[in-house]
Structure formats: C-alpha cells, structure tokens
Ligand binder design. Sequence first.
Ligand code: SAM
Length: 257
Amino acid sequence: MSNENKSIYEFDFNLICEYYSNLERQGPGSPEATLKALGFIDNLTPQSHIADLGCGTGGQTMTLAQNTPGEITGLDLFPDFIKIFNRNAERDKLSNRVRGIVGSMDNLPFENESLDLIWSEGAIYNIGYERGLNEWKKFLKTGGYIAVSEVSWFTDERPQEINDFWMEHYSEIDTIPNKVAQMQKAGYIPTAIFILPETCWTDHFYAPQAKVQEEFLKKHAGNKSAENYVGFERYEMNLYYRYKEYYGYVFYIGKKR
Ligand code: SAM
C-alpha cells in the first residue's frame, strides 16, 4: 500500500505519539491565533472552568492559561501527551490551576452545565465537528462559549486530488457557511469566525517537523512503519503547499443559547 492511500489511523500509535511528543504543537495554530480567538470570549472570571479537549502536550493551553483567569482542564486520549502537558504546566508555574487528564472527548468526565468555555484546537474532528458541538453543549453553562478550530473548504469547488484526499481522511470537511449553519443548528449563537493565517501551518506546524523527521528516521532506521509515517506527513505537507488556497483551518466561536 502506498503512503498516499494509508490513513493516519493505520499507523502505530506509539510511533505517532513519539513523533508528536517532540513538537510543541500537534496541529496547525499559533499563540497569536489562540489569543485572537480568546478576544471574542467575554465571560471569564477567576471562578471559571475551562476545558481544552484534545489538548495534546498543551501548547495552546499554556497560552490560554497565561491570558485567562480560572481553572483549565486539558483532556487527551494519549497518556504520554498528558505527562508532557502536566510537566509543561509545572514549568510555566501554572499547575495550581491547569491540570491535564487522560480521557476521551466522546465520554467527558464533567458535570452538566459546569463549564464556562470549551476550547479545542485541531481536535474536534476526532469525533466529528457536528457531533462534538452537539454532545459537548450539555457541559456548558447557558451563555458559555465554545471555540474550536476545524479544517474547512474556502471555495465551493476544488481540484479532484485535494477533494479526494479530504474525502478519504475527513469527509466532514465543509465550507465555512455550512460549518456556521451547523453551529447555529446545534444551539449556539455563532459569535466569530476567522481563518488561521498560513503561518500557523508553515512556520508553526510544518517547519519544526523537518528536524523531528530527520531525528525520527535516524532513530528508527529500517523501520518501515516509521518511514511510511514520515512519508505520509510529507505528502500531507506537500498537498497543503499546493492547494492552500482551497482549504485551511478556521476558528469557530459560538455562545450557548
Ligand atoms: N490541540 C492540540 C494542538 O492544537 O496542538 C493537539 C491537536 S492534534 C491534531 C489532535 C489531538 O487530539 C491529539 O493530541 C490526539 O491525541 C487527541 N485525540 C484524538 N482522539 C481523541 C479522543 N477521542 N479524545 C481526546 N483526545 C483525542
């Protein structure tokens, strides 16, 4: 099977975790984009409870914590990411109000109506955007906010190659107006949307991977799984550079009615 046809889910999770553990972010984003999204949220106090779902090692969580009052729970499926997350919280002297826990976004450990803000950068796709918006709503207080970044089409039409890639890997990708309509239908007032700048992919996501890939391949020399995985990442990056005018990440911010 060629790399191009391999889904990320077919790779060894331990290898993926090791690869991403060496990166500050596990998806496209930047401190500036996190802060811009946070600028639309106006309900936070020192008593607020925030959840960052699919937090990874917490790159964006620490930015959030440094710029918000209240407590933050980061939740991720992978224990290794959470170990690094909690180490980073300690490093940044935030562990008194920032805590990472292992869990799954389809079975959240929060009380109903207990959260003021649900944050999720580049991660809601794991259960699907619409399902996430619908299922997570009950954990928010009325007037609470959701802020998620999600891959989206910028145009109604696009070249076959990039259309096929996303249909295979995340068929819920859709246009911005359709994503906004889904948010409204799920019971939120769409408050703001913005497209993440290309640098969130190029400088913050892909550039740091070059060195990680080199070291990863050296460490796992001869390991076909590792080579295939790096091949997949490089293919995805190549697609981004060729087709970035057709898709990208969009921040969607909504307020629970
Ligand atoms: N939010 C981080 C960021 O922007 O750097 C990580 C984004 S990464 C693309 C997606 C994250 O979702 C990974 O950390 C992965 O472990 C996590 N994840 C995957 N499935 C999950 C699930 N069912 N529940 C919680 N986290 C999950």
